[in-house]
Design a protein around this ligand. Structure first.
Ligand SMILES: Nc1ncnc2c1ncn2[C@@H]1O[C@H](COP(=O)(O)OP(=O)(O)OP(=O)(O)O)[C@@H](O)[C@H]1O
Ligand SMILES: [Mg+2]
Length: 250
């Protein structure tokens, strides 16, 4: 398995005491596979993803137990420096809102290029060339002309493509997409989702897709995990769950 989350527990310390946001989650995803994570608002989908990515707010958050095995290594036992390397190059996350994830005062080209300069030691010029390639790859029209534009100069759908380009820059083996198309209108949602699925197949990445869109799930997922109150209450291959859901929430 590429990623295996075992009995993960995450708590938040609040004024009213300790809240268990994630209470014994188990799930796994392999290379080339798509795991869809569904569940009501507040059930712990994003918090689980943040724990896997290593971007949990600590404090008030705390990982109280469990293991996050990535390529066989428990990420929770790594030193912060090694953890950072994994996060930069081997796994990447795509969020709902590209505008708040991209840097507003840097051009898109500079942000993409930086990935290659920092992680691959490339020159500014080579980094720029790779940025244009990436923008082409995520089907941004006239990439060469637009590489010097700022995030706010792109439409919502195009910004989402740029975030996908950032995530894919270093060809990670795992992508976590947390409601990547929720902020987009329906036709653009489909295009962005198709693009993500296509690149995932091409690069044989594992994909964890958090979504409320059951149409998308039926289309792209291999298996589903349904979360409820901090736990996985149901997990199965996608056609099984659609044919015979077992838990009431499902
Ligand atoms: N920084 C934080 N401080 C305190 N509690 C938090 C924090 N982040 C998340 N929580 C709590 O953890 C629980 C799980 O939240 P999470 O964001 O994972 O839900 P979700 O399943 O992603 O919901 P949604 O579908 O609305 O995105 C919630 O009760 C939430 O209030
Ligand atoms: Mg969420």
């Amino acid at each position: 398995m590429l990623l295996e989350v075992r009995d993960l527990q995450v708590e938040f310390t609040t004024r009213d005491g300790v809240a268990k946001a994630v209470n014994g989650v188990n799930y796994s995803v392999d290379a080339g596979q798509t795991l869809a994570v569904l569940g009501e608002s507040g059930s712990g989908k994003s918090v689980t993803a943040q724990a896997v990515m290593g971007i949990l707010d600590v404090p008030p958050g705390r990982i109280a137990g469990g293991e996050i095995l990535f390529k066989g290594r428990d990420l929770l036992k790594l030193k912060e420096e090694d953890r950072r390397k994994v996060r930069g190059a081997e796994m990447a996350m795509i969020f709902q809102d590209a505008l708040s994830s991209l840097n507003p005062v840097l051009t898109v080209g500079a942000q993409l290029s930086e990935m290659f300069e920092v992680h691959r030691g490339m020159s500014r010029k080579d980094g720029r060339a790779r940025a244009v390639e990436l923008m082409d790859r995520v089907k941004i029209p006239a990439a060469r002309e637009r590489v010097g534009d700022y995030p706010h100069q792109f439409s919502g759908g195009m910004r989402q493509r740029i975030m996908i380009a950032m995530a894919l820059a270093l060809e990670p083996s795992l992508i976590i997409a947390d409601e990547p198309t929720t902020a987009l209108d329906v036709t653009v949602q489909a295009q962005v989702m198709d693009l993500l699925a296509e690149l995932q197949r091409e690069l044989n990445m594992g994909l964890i897709l958090i979504t409320h869109d059951l149409g998308v799930v039926a289309d792209v997922a291999d298996k589903i995990a349904v979360m409820y109150a901090g736990r996985i209450v149901e997990a199965a291959p996608v056609h099984e769950i659609y044919a015979s859901p077992a838990h009431p929430y499902t």
